[in-house]
Write a protein that binds this ligand. Sequence first.
Ligand code: FPP
Length: 244
Amino acid sequence: MTGIKNLPGHVAIIMDGNGRWAKEKDLPRVEGHRKGSEVVREIVEASRKSGIKVLTLYAFSEENWNRPKAEVGALMSLLAEFLRTELPKMMDEHIRLCAVGRFSQLPDIVREVLLEAIRITKDNKGMTLVIALSYSGRGEIVDAVKEIVELAVEKKVTPEQIDEDMIARHLYTKSLPDPDLLIRTSGEKRISNFLLYQAAYTELFFTKTLWPDFTQEEFLSALQDYSRRERRYGMTSEQVLGED
Ligand code: FPP
């Protein structure tokens, strides 16, 4: 435990800057992803030790399918390797694995290891690790709308019944809380189609550090930074503090 009061329950991370890290070092981009996956292990450990309940990592967006074939292949291999090597640790540390995204597009081998790891860890009661894979925030909303329209066509839902909660229940994240804190590395200040519906009131933390250089220490300082923020959800500060 960190001793930090007011810890975020759910931290989401856009792990950006692997390519630039490799370029700075005259290495192939894949080396940036390889070092990036080592950092994933570090940050999962730091999250678990800090008492974070849910950690969501943006590992591969739907747009990432447009990258060169060799890079996509390397990323898929790293993901499969990560899932294979981390599974025993996830069991030891009671980590439950979840995933969000359109998995039908994944290579069979990756989908199989992923679904198997989700199945094996499903009753673990420690931290939940969510991997966003072949994920698009707009795509997720489209998929939710399709499900709800199908229910409407079957006369199981009326327009009046459709509200924010119903939409949330049809997102890939249906059983998960909204993220409290979203970290993005590498100096870019964008959401990039990540958790668009869920991040309505999420606190944002941007750092110039490239993902392969991101450390447990900087992760903890992001948690510290979050703990000092006041979340008002559209209310006044006095209302939040119960003075009004
Ligand atoms: C963004 O950096 C990063 C990605 C597209 C992939 C993230 C993948 C990993 C960190 C490793 C594998 C993941 C797991 C969960 C084991 P970029 O390539 O866009 O960097 P750039 O903007 O500097 O080019």
